[in-house]
Ligand binder design. Structure first.
Ligand SMILES: O=C(O)CCC(=O)C(=O)O
Ligand SMILES: [Mn+2]
Length: 216
């Protein structure tokens, strides 16, 4: 682990980046968060099949409230899940689309792997490096106080940044296709994360975050 100091944050980066391969996860030891990374959770064939399926879905680009204004999100998304998994964020409430067969299968697999139910998935489609997601925490009340969020990446490799809300620590990961990142513990309460713009990236990326939404 290398620690670099910047004016605002210490950047913690593994050296070399994300070096573990195969089935073994890499654990990041962070204050107030538990982060695990499996670089090759899905094999190439599984990735291809999923990308083909995801490319055929009807993607939406909804408007959300930000700083009191209605803005169109800078990516496409679909909220999918069990009927009662209604999710509200940024002033908008999203009723889930029913599970497609391949995503239902993947949900089953994730639930068995982590021995925990997941009733929904947020699908994000970044058509190129200009599409992005700003700093946020997935800390909505319906996710509970210490949610487990399973994030699967496909397509282009993109940078994923995390920063502690109070301590001057930050972390940058390179999320490769077929990888699985698990955020748990108090990661959402104490940390924010973002998928920054990377204008040199021309290819599309899909991200699937499986979540368990509770009725509140
Ligand atoms: O695309 C990513 O890796 C991040 C997605 C994310 O943070 C979210 O869906 O809440
Ligand atoms: Mn998030």
């Amino acid at each position: 682990m290398r620690i670099e100091n910047t004016p605002n944050y210490s950047i913690l980066s593994d050296d070399p980046p994300n070096e573990s391969t195969g089935a073994d996860p890499q654990q990041f030891l962070l204050p107030d968060a538990e982060l695990w990374y499996w670089p090759c959770w899905l094999d190439n064939v599984e990735q291809q099949q999923l990308v083909q399926h995801l490319s055929q879905l009807s993607w939406q680009q909804p408007q959300i409230q930000m700083f009191g204004r209605q803005v169109t999100i800078p990516r496409q998304q679909i909220w999918m899940g069990d009927q009662d998994a209604v999710y509200c964020y940024s002033g908008t409430s999203f009723a889930p689309e029913p599970w497609s067969a391949p995503l239902q299968q993947l949900r089953q697999r994730v639930s068995v792997f982590f021995a925990q139910p997941f009733n929904s998935v947020l699908l994000n489609h970044y058509r190129n490096g200009a599409e992005h997601m700003g700093w946020h925490s997935d800390d909505e009340k319906e996710l509970g106080p210490a949610p487990r969020i399973v994030s699967i990446s496909l397509g282009a490799t993109r940078r994923f940044d995390l920063r502690h809300k109070r301590q001057g620590v930050a972390l940058s990961l390179s999320l490769q296709p077929g990888s699985l990142l698990l955020m748990q513990g108090h990661c959402q309460a104490y940390w924010q994360h973002a998928l920054p713009k990377q204008l040199k990236v021309l290819d599309a990326r899909f991200n699937l975050t499986f979540r368990q939404v509770f009725s509140i």
